[in-house]
Write a protein that binds this ligand. Structure first.
Ligand SMILES: Nc1nc2c(ncn2[C@@H]2O[C@H](COP(=O)(O)OP(=O)(O)OP(=O)(O)O)[C@@H](O)[C@H]2O)c(=O)[nH]1
Ligand SMILES: [Mg+2]
Length: 194
């Protein structure tokens, strides 16, 4: 959280985290396409020619007020590919809330778990932990045939019982419910700190 007292603005950072190709960038693209342009800035995407995120995606949204201050939510995605570990660490710096975008396909279960562990170790290095952090899970790609059951996904990934949502990010399903849930968790957390 960063407060600009002169402008009475609170800057809050939400990071979309998850394994490669789980749909993090697709979530931001959908959000950006649906919100009124007067409330959002540009969507900045740094990607390879194969559309893989190379450093991050970024957009900003303004919503409502918290104790008289204007909150600005800065949304980022990390690059999921294994070898961008150091970028993920940098992007997490100062994070206020996390959306973990899991891939529902059975062959991506190990990648989901590995990435959750990578997230937890990055948070730990910063004195935080998933156990007591505002975060939610989106089980994405529910439209694909043969996806893992919700029950199995919940048991293997949602060990702290955080809010979870089914998603089909390419169609926008679950995208705003996930975002709203994390914004609510972040706002609750921030109100306690102001
Ligand atoms: N079938 C299906 N495909 C999806 C869904 N969401 C995203 N995709 C596709 O999955 C691919 C990867 O999506 P991205 O949003 O680029 O994934 P990412 O998590 O940002 O990937 P990295 O940047 O490499 O970490 C793209 O081809 C998307 O169109 C979904 O809900 N269903
Ligand atoms: Mg991406």
């Amino acid at each position: 959280m960063f407060i600009n007292w002169a402008l009475q603005e609170i800057n809050l950072k939400i990071v979309y985290y998850g394994p490669g190709m789980s749909g993090k960038t697709t979530n931001l693209e959908y959000i950006h396409s649906k919100l009124d342009p007067s409330l959002t800035g540009d969507l900045v995407s740094l990607k390879t020619k194969e559309d893989r995120t190379i450093f991050f995606d970024f957009m900003q949204i303004e919503v409502g007020k918290i104790k008289g201050k204007k909150p600005k939510f800065n949304l980022y995605t990390v690059p999921g590919q294994v070898y961008y570990a150091s970028s993920r660490k940098v992007i997490l710096n100062g994070v206020d809330g996390i959306v973990f975008v899991a891939d529902s396909q059975p062959h991506r279960m190990e990648a989901n778990i590995e990435t959750l562990l990578d997230l937890e170790s990055n948070l730990k290095a910063d004195g935080q932990s998933l156990e007591s952090f505002p975060w939610a899970i989106q089980y994405n790609k529910r439209d694909l045939p043969g996806v893992e059951s919700l029950d199995v996904l919940q048991k293997r990934l949602n060990f702290f019982n955080v809010p979870s949502f089914e998603g089909v990010a390419v169609k926008g399903d679950g995208v705003f419910s996930t975002l709203k849930s994390v914004i609510n968790l972040v706002v609750q957390n921030v109100q306690n700190q102001l």
